[in-house]
Design a protein around this ligand. Structure first.
Ligand code: FES
Length: 155
């Protein structure tokens, strides 16, 4: 039988293992190698480049007052705090990132889950939906303010 018994899965030029990408003929194996190499570079890149240096700069940026910052006096859990904050900072971010009051959680950050609930002048609000600068002089109570030492609040 001349030429009629050709196995389509074992073709000599291996047409099924070649794809045309951006005008170049690439084998599937080479393509997978390139993708794996790129993924590995992305995964290990930050540690090779020194993530400690990046973390320090992020920390410095988070704690430093910017030129656009605004002074705000907050009364939180009976203590007075004077902060320089970006006027766009939410009350939740001010509590968590500036004052390390991490009892209020950032869940959805869109006012839907309630994980960030605090009391402002006795009324509950989602602290992710309000700006810190809007609460000058307000009496703010976080979960830390409700706790009695290490006892859980049950009310
Ligand atoms: S984080 Fe979900 S309501 Fe504020």
């Amino acid at each position: 039988m001349a030429g009629g018994s050709r196995d389509p899965f074992q073709s000599e030029d291996n047409e099924l293992n070649e794809v045309s990408m951006l005008g170049h003929r690439e084998t599937r194996r080479r393509f997978i190698k390139q993708v794996a190499g790129t993924s590995a570079a992305i995964a290990i890149g930050p540690s090779v480049l020194g993530s400690a240096a990046v973390d320090q700069s992020v920390l410095a940026a988070a704690t430093a007052a910017t030129s656009d910052s605004v002074k705000v006096n907050l009364d939180i859990n009976g203590r007075k705090y004077a902060l320089d904050v970006d006027p766009r900072v939410s009350l939740l971010d001010a509590l968590r990132e500036r004052l390390q009051l991490t009892g209020s959680k950032k869940g959805c950050d869109h006012g839907q889950c309630g994980a960030c609930t605090v009391l402002v002048n006795g009324r509950r609000i989602n602290s992710c939906l309000t700006l810190a600068v809007m609460h000058e002089g307000d009496e703010i109570t976080t979960i830390e303010g409700l706790a009695n030492g290490d006892e859980l609040h049950n009310g």
